[in-house]
Write a protein that binds this ligand. Structure first.
Ligand SMILES: [Zn+2]
Length: 140
């Protein structure tokens, strides 16, 4: 893979994004690496979360997702596709903040997000604690 240049980063296609297996702590795909590198290129602080909206988010097995929150260890980021529900962005940011999936349809971390039927979706007290302890919620 050739090294990225600033010019390369300005030309990243955000239409269809390959997210690999879409798991936490995975190696980033070439597209994720280029996309999330935009934040570094643009000087976004590392304690901020980058969110991208694209047409399609697809796993390495061809499964289309509403969103994916796998991101580099040093950069909080997520991606939301056109398949996303009104709650997908908040759900993916929840993952970046340390939350995991839960059963049911009233919680923000229910999956798929299209099944969430509570407005606004709920978070448990322990989920709120997890979010508050996230490195993204700490003052520098
Ligand atoms: Zn999820």
């Amino acid at each position: 893979m050739p090294p990225h240049t600033n010019t390369d980063r300005q030309c990243v296609s955000l239409s269809n994004v390959d997210v690999g297996a879409c798991t936490m702590n995975q190696a980033m795909t070439q597209q994720q690496d280029a996309m999330f590198g935009i934040g570094t290129f643009q000087g976004v602080p590392e304690n901020h979360i980058l969110c991208f909206w694209v047409n399609e988010v697809e796993t390495e097995t061809g499964r289309r997702l509403a969103g994916c929150a796998s991101h580099p260890r040093d950069r909080g980021a997520c991606v939301v596709s056109a398949l996303g529900s009104p709650w997908t962005l908040a759900h993916e940011v929840g993952h970046v903040l340390g939350l995991r999936h839960v059963n049911g349809t009233s919680n923000l971390m229910s999956t798929p997000t299209a099944s969430i039927n509570y407005n606004p979706p709920q978070l448990s007290a322990s989920e709120v604690d997890t979010v508050r302890r996230s490195r993204f919620c700490q003052r520098a």
